[in-house]
Design a protein around this ligand. Structure first.
Ligand code: PBG
Length: 340
């Protein structure tokens, strides 16, 4: 007698059966909400390429953080738009810097919310690059735009200053996104020396040089004035190299790891998950969010369903936590019973 035909559809028959055998679940507790803080009072400014996302002054941000915490989202990721910029990004390590002010205010008002800070310089330098510039020792035939580059080791010193300043202002997790070599070790050492040994580091370990960051550069006013970030961020073509980046950061003392962007790099998330046991974070970046929003607004796709499907896919690939501009939408959809 022939074997009976295998019928996978038996377990797909009803919503209750589908829920029961679901392999990957999404919870508000898996999400991190990015926030942009700007100077002033009573300020809420829209970001045209990211509907639903705003730059907030500190007072408005505190109110928003109360809501975010009530919605069951455990953490926010802070980016600052400083009052002034210079060549080295020195306002990023000022005791009265914009993110430092936000940290103190949010900590006082919403003590249980985990405050993650992005540590980088592109929002703070007048040239928009992620560190201190230096001349490359190259032949004169290279076009002028190509001659300046980011000085790795000079930038490490400043990253240490920024990280310590943010930790002292109340950051719970330090998240360097600059992609300098050796930054995790340098920041770990600085935090330990400055009595901040309890503060973990979330490394943007596999951060690719991605066109999907486009809308963010409007949101954070951080577009490079010349050139691009390809001499420090990773080439999108390289998966094995991502594992080398991650291995170095683990050796240097990273406590959590990140892959960024998320959806175009699901293979990298899976590889990192298979090779390392540290908590793994994926960043669904501005361009990923903007695509869903824009196509949703045109009625070409369903924003809510594609958001939830994307987040589920990122979790299925192996991410424990997801940083997403859709965190509040997703938390609401989960609260309302998902999209079954
Ligand atoms: C800072 C930084 C960027 C993003 C996070 N941190 C921009 C960049 O590297 O160009 C992008 C986040 C997003 O697109 O949502 N270096």
């Amino acid at each position: 007698m022939a074997f009976p035909q295998t019928r996978l559809r038996r377990l797909r028959r009803t919503p209750a059966l589908r829920r029961m055998i679901r392999e990957t679940r999404l919870d508000a507790a898996d999400l991190v909400y990015p926030l942009f803080v700007r100077p002033g009072e009573g300020q809420t400014r829209p970001i045209s390429s990211m509907p639903g996302v705003f730059q907030h002054s500190v007072d408005r941000l505190v109110e928003l953080c109360r809501e975010v915490a009530q919605e069951g989202i455990p953490a926010v990721l802070l980016f600052g738009l400083p009052e002034s910029k210079d060549a080295i990004g020195s306002s990023s390590w000022s005791e009265h810097g914009i993110v430092q002010q936000a940290l103190r205010a949010i900590k006082a008002a919403v003590p249980d919310l985990v405050l993650i800070v992005d540590v980088c310089f592109c929002e703070y330098t007048d040239h928009g690059h992620c560190g201190v510039l230096t001349r490359r020792s190259v032949a004169d035939s290279i076009p002028p735009d190509d001659v300046l580059t980011v000085d790795n080791d000079a930038t490490l010193d400043n990253l240490a200053l920024q990280a310590v300043s943010l930790a002292k202002a109340g950051a719970d997790i330090i998240a360097p996104s600059d992609m300098m070599d050796g930054r995790i070790g340098r920041i770990r050492q600085a935090l330990d020396l400055e009595d901040c040994g309890d503060i973990p580091i979330l490394s943007y370990a596999a951060k690719f040089s991605s066109a999907f960051y486009g809308p963010f550069r409007e949101a954070a006013d951080s577009a490079p004035a010349f050139g691009d970030r390809r001499t420090y961020q990773m080439d999108p073509a390289n998966g094995r190299e991502a594992l080398r980046e991650v291995a170095l950061d683990v050796d240097e003392g990273a406590d959590l790891l990140m892959v960024k962007p998320a959806l175009p790099y699901l293979d990298v998330i899976r590889e990192v998950r298979n090779h390392f046991d540290l908590p793994l974070v994926a960043y669904q970046v501005s361009g990923e969010y903007a695509m869903l929003q824009a196509a949703g607004a045109k009625g070409w796709i369903d924003y809510e369903r594609t958001l939830m499907e994307s987040l589920t896919a990122i979790r299925r690939a192996g991410a424990d936590l997801i940083i997403t501009y859709g965190a509040r939408d997703a938390a609401r959809l989960i609260r309302e019973g998902g999209l079954d």
